[in-house]
Design a protein around this ligand. Structure first.
Ligand SMILES: Cc1cc2nc3c(=O)[nH]c(=O)nc-3n(C[C@H](O)[C@H](O)[C@H](O)COP(=O)(O)OP(=O)(O)OC[C@H]3O[C@@H](n4cnc5c(N)ncnc54)[C@H](O)[C@@H]3O)c2cc1C
Length: 315
């Protein structure tokens, strides 16, 4: 049986009760049915880049989605199977002159997981290109085609993080058109900037043994933001709300890059204060211990509760 530490980018997590792999759309539908019939404690897994599994997951059933396929439907409409590698797909799209996701180059994971937290980086979010998706609903057992509106996308959030349980089997995108040269240039610039921050996977670099950002950037009222030091970075959102930099809050709560608790195997990345990393021998418990410590320090210093971005499973 496969240990989940070998299937996740932060490389922690124990051995589940059951593990299934879906290679085709038909297999995905059949195995999902089997999964749900046999267990209430289940999860679907893509690239494992936004999950922290507990050390003990002995009652969990896991369905690993490895379905592949890119279908050009014409006029910038493209249907992609859920298990397709996201960052490979971004480069494929840039080569084709399909515009709208070039700034999301280098983000690990799969196409099917991208809508779940509405992945975003460098001013782009996947939600602006998602036209519709196929969803197998856990509650009803039905296959549904959800429109962009049905997904209720917002900052690192969607209906799928708000309790709508099930499986995204494919995603249909609507892209704009731009020269492939300029899209590839943009994508490569982004990849370079991300690499410098340890935000592109590299098995040799422990700073990338992470889930990327461990906390979302807090969104608070302007009134509350005025109580913070003037140098705290702030970006205006709508309705008198502002977004703060979680990385700034962590560093100014006294936790510098590379910080660790005692001799724990979990540290803050040496390149980015927002990433919690595994130096090779961390347990899930150590990852969460550091996360809780960061939350406490930021709360004590600024009165802000940092919210974890990855999905914490089995704790
Ligand atoms: C180094 C690094 C950098 C990162 N940078 C960014 C960034 O810049 N911006 C950003 O937004 N994210 C970033 N991430 C987070 C992560 O890459 C994304 O959230 C990605 O979309 C997760 O994809 P995955 O296939 O690995 O999902 P997984 O980790 O396998 O799963 C994540 C969640 O989605 C669910 N899920 C997965 N597939 C499906 C499906 N087909 N249907 C329904 N539910 C599903 C899982 O059950 C789980 O709850 C980064 C992560 C790392 C490690």
């Amino acid at each position: 049986m496969t240990s989940l530490s070998s299937l996740t980018t932060i490389r922690v997590g124990g051995t589940p009760k059951e593990y299934f792999v879906a290679q085709t759309h038909a297999e995905l539908l059949a195995l999902t049915e089997k999964l749900w019939a046999g267990s209430e404690d289940w999860v679907v897994l893509g690239g494992g880049s936004n999950v922290v599994f507990a050390d003990d997951v002995s009652s969990l059933s896991v369905l690993h989605i490895k379905t592949k396929g890119i279908e050009d439907l014409g006029s910038g409409r493209v249907r992609v199977q859920a298990g397709q590698d996201w960052s490979e797909f971004v480069l494929y799209a840039c080569n084709k002159g399909w515009a709208g996701i070039e700034s999301l180059a280098g983000i690990p994971g799969t196409v099917g997981a991208a809508p779940v937290q509405n992945i975003g980086a460098y001013g782009q979010e996947v939600s602006t290109t998602v036209k519709s998706l196929e969803f197998l609903d856990y509650k009803t057992g039905e296959i549904q085609i959800l429109s962009n509106d049905d997904c209720s996308f917002s900052y690192r959030d969607s209906v799928f993080k708000q309790g709508k349980q099930g499986v995204i089997t494919w995603v249909e995108f609507q892209f704009g058109e731009e020269s492939s040269m300029s899209l590839l240039t943009k994508a490569n610039e982004v990849i370079q900037q991300r690499s410098a921050k340890g935000m592109v996977l590299d098995s040799q670099d422990h700073d990338t043994w992470s889930c990327g950002s461990f906390f979302t950037n807090p969104i608070v009222s302007e009134t509350f933001a005025r109580t913070l030091p003037v140098e705290a970075p702030q970006w205006e959102v709508d309705n008198d709300m502002v977004k703060l930099s979680a990385a700034w809050l962590i560093e100014h709560a006294g936790l510098s890059k590379g910080f660790r608790l005692g001799n724990s195997g979990a540290t803050i990345s040496s390149k980015h204060a927002l990433a919690i990393t595994n130096r090779g021998n961390a347990s899930s418990e150590q990852i969460l211990e550091l996360a809780r410590f960061i939350q406490t320090q930021v709360s004590n210093n600024f009165g802000i509760n940092l919210v974890p971005e990855p999905n914490l499973i089995g704790f």
